[in-house]
Design a protein around this ligand. Sequence first.
Ligand code: GRF
Length: 199
Amino acid sequence: ARLVVLVSGAGTNLQALLDACADPAYGARIAAVGADRDGIEGLDRARRAGVPTFVERVKDHDTRDAWDAALTRAVEEHSPDLVVSAGFMKILGKRFLDRFGGRVINTHPALLPSFPGTHAARDALDHGVKVTGCTAHFVDAGVDTGPIIAQEAVPVLDDDDEDTLHERIKDAERPLLVRTVGRLVREGWTIESRRVRIG
Ligand code: GRF
């Protein structure tokens, strides 16, 4: 199966997928890595693995919709079976989801529907929860609102700050993402869920 992975930062979730794909038994390869900005470690990780990269910056386009169209074209070029948003910090637009909807998954560092948005670890800490975690879900038109595929709980420690908590979440998030992508690749992109048939 062909994956395109979208990143915006350190790319440690991408690295976990790169490492998993090195084993032919995993059944997937990363056809390309896309980003919304230059100069991030996620792109360096892709280059070190010999994976093609592309960058589509919102500010290079007149409108958000033009960026969405450009991103859709850039991803389409690599004919993905599945698009993985791994720390990608932009909301994917209607055109993108019309083209790839149902085949886009995202990893989020909280137990959705709790703490959606861009600083989930901080929100969990500020709220004083004792347990948080990470979620792998299909992307829909909302923000972190698509059908949930997998979750894992992570404890919040009394002396945690945002960084120590997010690192502990990421320790669980990376294997969860690798397991989830592997499951989708093996089970043919849909997962029977009690409530809905997803994917
Ligand atoms: C991950 O926790 C992801 O869920 C969140 O940002 C982090 C990205 O980490 N959106 P990395 O770039 O994969 O290291």
